[in-house]
Design a binder for this molecule. Structure first.
Ligand code: NDP
Length: 253
């Protein structure tokens, strides 16, 4: 059996997922990444990973459309079988996601359904359906948010889904231990990406405010996160299981 490790990263075309994919490659891990609509950016990440000497490929995935997951996983596992002789991979990084800002009073049923589909139901069923293909000794990293610990008005639904994913992760760790598969959560603080229209990055007032409530005195960058996720996919992290690791520079301590 090949000892080459392979990670599947959802939402690897931009932002945090892009940085995770590149940092995984820097650790010698091959990467299957997904994009939703931005194939051009996904192809650039694939090229970057290949220039680092690792294998990479991008597939389209709508993380909120559970009905598409069987066909998606068939494409991924057929590809891996053809290239490696086995359909299996080692790590699943559930990162893809979109922002939702709405006060409780203003939130619609459609917004709750969409957030639930992308941030919880999609994570649950992609994991369930991927599990038969995850090698013993592999792992799952789910991406939560600092907002599951502290509160900003307008994030009730989004943050609740992230809290649910944190609880799910603990249960995954409990149930998958017998297969030697670890499950952990990485919870970033506010990071400068395109997320939510890029307002944390582009709105000076918000950027300054986040910096002022962060012990290390600045807003997070994608590069602050990817290396932590990649670390969780190494042998050095082999005893970390069922944990929530907040990576926020000490936001709202
Ligand atoms: P970005 O908006 O920068 O990137 C989002 C990524 O997810 C892109 O690759 C995008 O693909 C993909 N994506 C978006 N919607 C879907 C969908 N419906 N199905 C599949 N893929 C999708 O966001 P970030 O990198 O900032 O966020 C990544 C994760 O980190 C999310 O889970 C987010 O909740 C979480 N997070 C972000 C924080 C932040 O401040 N940025 C803070 C805490 C957590 P495409 O390029 O094709 O659009």
């Amino acid at each position: 059996m090949s000892t080459q490790k392979i990670a599947l990263v959802t939402g690897g075309s931009r932002g945090l997922g892009r940085d995770m994919a590149i940092n995984l490659a820097k650790k010698g891990i091959d990467v299957v990444l997904t994009y939703n609509s931005n194939k051009t950016e996904a192809d650039k990440v694939v090229a970057t990973i290949q220039s680092l000497g690792q294998k990479a490929i991008a597939f389209q995935l709508d993380a909120g459309n559970v009905k598409s997951f069987d066909a998606f996983l068939k494409d991924v596992t057929d590809h891996l079988k053809e290239k490696t002789g086995s359909p299996n991979f080692d790590f699943l990084i559930n990162n893809a996601g979109t922002a939702l800002y709405a006060l409780v009073n203003d939130t619609t049923e459609a917004q709750v359904d969409e957030a639930f589909n992308i941030h919880y139901k999609g994570v649950f069923f992609l994991t369930q359906k991927a599990l038969p293909y995850i090698n013993e000794g592999g792992g799952i990293v789910n991406i939560s948010s600092g907002l599951a610990r502290f509160s900003f008005a307008g994030s009730s639904v989004y943050a609740s889904m992230k809290s649910a994913v944190e609880t799910l992760t603990r249960y995954l760790a409990k149930e998958l231990g017998s297969r030697k598969i670890r499950a952990n959560v990485v919870a970033p603080g506010a990071i400068e990406t395109d997320f939510g229209g890029g307002h944390v990055r582009d709105n000076k007032e918000i950027n300054d405010h986040v910096a002022s409530i962060t012990a290390l005195g600045r807003v997070g960058l994608p590069d602050d996160i990817g290396g932590v996720v990649a670390f969780l996919c190494t042998e050095d992290a082999k005893w970390i299981n069922g944990q929530r690791i907040e990576v926020s520079g000490g936001m709202m301590l």
